[in-house]
Design a protein around this ligand. Structure first.
Ligand code: TRH
Length: 370
């Protein structure tokens, strides 16, 4: 008999918004499919703009403040979770594990503890997905933790995609087509501080992009700060910002839904991190990924694996390599490059749509391994 499971998803915000972004989408998607979700997060502040209206079936709980309180113990005693998700190896507090284990001693049916990992196209993902690991210490010693790796192939945990996504996208695109007033190329920008940002903005302000003037939609936070830093330097070098070729719209913080709509409306999307790159893939528009930089350089093979997996055209690979390094070799895409990128984006999306999504695979995993 199918019954609604109770999920406890633990998320720690390291920096930026990818961790909470992925956890929120997963929580909302599970709830929309009839599951009950408690999202435990150490810093929920970003949810005020990312998900201002919340989602039915998702309860957001503060990890740090409430974990030791008697109300948490009471909550868990009344309703212990069926599935525990530790997002991105965030180390669930031992106090919570102790409560969970105690409750489950009395409620024997199999329960699941999954470690949800970061999205990558690297080959280790297929090897490590769905591997068990015996917990050797702490209150849950002797329990098994399962590794769940999202990924691009049938042998992985799949990609996040809500059931209604394509239908909503088609509706928004039809509306955009009807009301399109600007003849400018619409470009969204969500990035860190790429060294090539100055050169790219400079190029667009002088020549536009692929023969068209650009309307740049700059997202809030680090991205806006990075663009402003470039523009403030230009003040001493007049003539660079030609509004005929480049206009800038400064966006406020958007909800995730509005953020997705932005990607659907634009002709070219610059995104960063694992969540937005996936959203840009679903948008089916040309995309440029700022991969989250790691001190040990591990992001560069990860970028190569991504480009390889998607079979990206040569000009797109070259552009990505320059955008994610010193930027010295950055070449502005030509009109024909942009056509290639567009065709590639559509066919990459089409190929990925043939697979079932991550939440479906999670639900299958939990049901199968009971
Ligand atoms: O913010 P990010 O750089 O997150 C990063 C990466 O995921 C990285 O791998 C991880 O280790 C680090 O966080 C801790 O990029 P990402 O992953 O694209 O997440 C951004 C989220 O913010 C995504 O869910 C979209 C959302 N967003 C909005 O909802 N509204 C907005 O206005 C903007 C700019 C973003």
């Amino acid at each position: 008999m199918n019954r609604r499971r109770q999920w406890d998803i633990f998320c720690k915000v390291i920096d930026n918004f990818g961790d909470i972004g992925v956890c929120w989408r997963l929580s909302a998607d599970l709830a929309a499919r009839g599951e009950r979700v408690r999202l435990w997060v150490d810093d929920a502040s970003a949810l005020s703009w990312m998900a201002p209206t919340g989602a039915e079936g998702v309860e957001v709980l503060s990890w740090a403040q409430s974990i030791e309180s008697t109300s948490v113990a009471a909550l868990l005693a009344k309703q212990p979770g069926d599935v525990l998700i530790e997002a991105f190896g965030c180390d669930i507090p031992p106090e919570f594990l102790a409560l969970w284990v105690v409750q489950l001693e009395f409620n024997k049916p199999a329960r699941y503890w999954l470690n949800l990992e970061y999205l990558s196209a690297e080959s280790y993902v297929e090897r490590c997905h769905a591997m068990p690991s015996l917990v050797s210490h702490g209150p849950a010693a002797g329990w098994t933790k399962w590794f769940f790796y999202p990924g691009f192939t049938a042998q992985t945990g799949g990609l996040q995609r809500e059931p209604g996504l394509l239908k909503s996208m088609a509706d928004v695109e039809a509306e955009v087509e009807q009301h399109r007033v600007s003849s400018r190329l619409q470009v969204s920008l969500f990035c860190y501080e790429p060294p090539a940002l100055d050169a790219l903005l400079s190029e667009w302000s002088l020549h536009g992009l692929a023969g068209q003037p650009v309307e740049l939609q700059v997202t809030a936070g680090r991205t806006a700060q990075a663009v402003k830093a470039v523009l403030s330097q230009w003040k001493t070098a007049p003539g660079k910002a030609d509004p005929k070729q480049l206009t800038i719209t400064w966006l406020p913080w958007l909800s995730q839904t509005e953020f997705d709509h932005l990607l659907w409306r634009c002709d070219l999307n610059f995104v960063r991190g694992e969540d937005s790159v996936l959203r840009a893939l679903w948008a089916g528009k040309p995309l440029v990924w700022s991969i989250y930089p790691q001190d040990d350089g591990a992001h560069l093979p990860k970028l190569e694996a991504f480009l390889q997996q998607l079979d990206a055209p040569a000009s797109l690979k070259t552009f990505h390599r320059a955008w994610n390094t010193s930027g010295e070799k950055l070449m502005a895409p030509s009109a024909s490059d942009l056509v290639d990128w567009r065709q590639h984006a559509e066919s990459a999306r089409q190929a990925l749509l043939g697979q079932d999504d991550m939440t479906s695979r999670l639900l299958q995993f939990v049901a199968k391994n009971r």
